[in-house]
Design a protein around this ligand. Structure first.
Ligand code: MSP
Length: 504
């Protein structure tokens, strides 16, 4: 089986995790979990982006050193992701020595090859984006289009990367790899941008020193973005372990938001080419979570606090909502009300209720021993179709469709119980055992299909149904089983009004 390497953007530590950043990490986690289910070897990495002016300013505002500040906030990110059941294999921090070494090796290599030179830069800079803008990209020629705040005029001696050399190579790369950027609208946007011509880019700063030192000229530090992008190589021990690089880099998938597309689809692949490695194999570009039409962020007061939701309803409620509500690509509006409705309909009344019913019936009518399933799934379950739809959904970056297929199976299992009425069949008869065995095996597969989104509830469902282990992602009649016992509901129903008061 293959390898699958997936990354999230590394998060700025100038604030707390919020719903927008939780969306990125939960989607990546769900994708990673799906690939683990397929039996692939998976490397899933997230982390924190800890250098740059913005972070230095946040530290100063809180009266601590930048290092103290980033240690504190990076720990908060890790705790937050842990509490949302994010199963990262590695957590990269850009202040780690391994990262500094990687950045210096990678950019040092490009310098030696001749694609980095000294020049002067002048322009309008948004501190919050850590990016220069062209006047025509700004609101009224002065204000940042994302943060709506005035940009600062900056003038400095910088090292430049010869991005202009890479227009043709990038176009050729994307022509040869039509699926390198999904969804297609984002790919087209990138192609138009590259076709418009590329200028060299400034990649170092002398105005601050909170960053990775330029190895050949220590007056400079690398501009935070060119340090940050290289995190994707840090965890592969680039420059230190060529075998590890060769094993994982070809399967890399970067998940990112549309606001950081150019960095990932133009700057980063060009730098990879300049360093002599392949451009990233795939960019998966998400839209924004909106609240009343505005991008959710920590600076706009429009929060649903992801951690408060997870504390109150459990992480699955939040995860299910984020994974299930939209395909990857478009922007979509979030609301607490929609989250609670979906939780009640699909988790409490859906998976939770199904499992509770099957367990109760096995306790009453099959003497608490889990019956084995018939050799083939009953036709009305449309089980093979559900498996196929789920596979196609994940493959096409439509996790919402994949989860929809699993929920469809849950509904058909409930309908199957209604139709077969096992509560009317004679206790412990072969008929009742066949029906309950089929329902139990179907529920195992539904739980597995839901597990990328709701790992905690899926695990509890398998335990409650007496499965000693998760088993394969296919109808498997002879699963080892344990004796069933009565258990608490997996997903207690939620009351929206009570919840809103609890979260207020
Ligand atoms: N540090 C850079 C990324 C460097 S990657 C080499 C950064 N950090 S961020 O914390 O500002 O954003 C991280 C990710 O969160 C981005 O992909 C961004 O799109 C995503 N989101 C932040 N708010 C969001 C929404 N409201 N909706 C969806 N995703 C958004 O950029």
């Amino acid at each position: 089986m293959g390898r699958f390497y997936i990354t999230t953007p590394i998060f700025y530590v100038n604030g707390d995790p919020h719903l927008g950043t939780a969306y990125a990490v939960i989607l990546a986690d769900a994708i990673a979990r799906w690939h683990r289910l397929l039996g692939e070897e998976v490397l899933f990495v997230t982390g924190t982006d800890e250098h740059g002016l913005k972070i230095a300013q946040s530290a100063a505002r809180h009266g601590v050193t930048p290092q103290e500040w980033v240690d504190r906030t990076a720990t908060e990110f890790q705790r937050a992701w842990d509490s949302l059941d994010v199963s990262y294999d590695d957590f990269v921090r850009t202040t780690q020595p391994r990262h500094h070494e990687t950045v210096q090796a990678f950019l040092g290599g490009i310098y030696e090859r001749g694609d980095i030179y000294l020049g002067t830069y002048e322009g309008l800079y948004c501190v919050r984006c850590e990016a220069y803008y062209q006047p025509d990209e700004l609101e009224d020629g002065t204000r940042c289009p994302v943060h709506h705040v005035a940009c600062e005029h900056m003038h400095e001696e910088n090292y430049f990367f010869r991005l202009s050399r890479y227009q043709e190579p990038l176009l050729a790369y994307y022509a040869g790899h039509p699926d390198a950027i999904v969804p297609e609208t984002r790919r087209n946007e990138v192609l138009r941008f590259i076709e418009g011509g590329l200028s060299d880019i400034s990649i170092t700063r002398t105005s601050i020193d909170w960053g990775v030192r330029v190895p050949w000229d220590p007056r400079h530090v690398f501009y935070v973005w060119y340090d940050a992008l290289i995190n994707y190589l840090t965890v592969l021990d680039y420059g230190r372990d060529p075998e590890r690089m060769a094993a994982w880099w070809p399967s890399v998938h970067h998940l990112l938001g549309k606001d950081i597309l150019r960095f990932h689809a133009v700057w980063w692949p060009a730098m990879c080419m300049a360093a002599g490695i392949d451009p990233p194999r795939r960019l998966i570009v998400t839209g924004w979570l909106l609240n009343e039409g505005e991008k959710m962020s920590k600076s706009l007061a429009n929060q649903i606090d992801p951690l408060a939701v997870a504390r109150t309803l459990g992480p699955d409620a939040l995860r299910h909502y984020l994974v299930r509500s939209s395909a990857i690509g478009p922007d979509w509006d979030v609301s607490l009300e929609a989250l609670v409705m979906l939780y009640n309909a699909e988790l409490a009344n859906g998976l939770g209720n199904l499992v509770a019913r099957i367990v109760a019936l096995i306790l009453q009518r099959a003497e608490a021993t889990a019956p084995s399933a018939p050799p083939e799934p009953p036709a009305p379950l449309e089980l093979v179709q559900a498996l196929e739809e789920a596979r196609v959904g994940w493959e096409r970056w439509r996790p919402n469709d994949a989860i929809d297929a699993a929920i469809g199976l849950v509904h058909r299992l409930n309908a199957y119980l209604e139709a077969t009425e096992p509560w009317r069949l004679p206790r412990s008869s072969p008929e009742v055992r066949a029906v309950l065995g089929a329902a139990r095996e179907g529920a195992r597969i539904a739980a597995l299909l839901l597990s990328p989104a709701v790992p905690r509830g899926a695990e509890r469902a398998l335990q409650a149904l007496g499965f000693a282990n998760a088993g394969p992602l296919a109808w498997t009649p002879d699963q080892p089983s344990t004796r069933l016992e009565r258990s608490d509901p997996i997903y207690p129903r939620a009351d929206f009004e009570l919840l809103r008061e609890g979260l207020a």
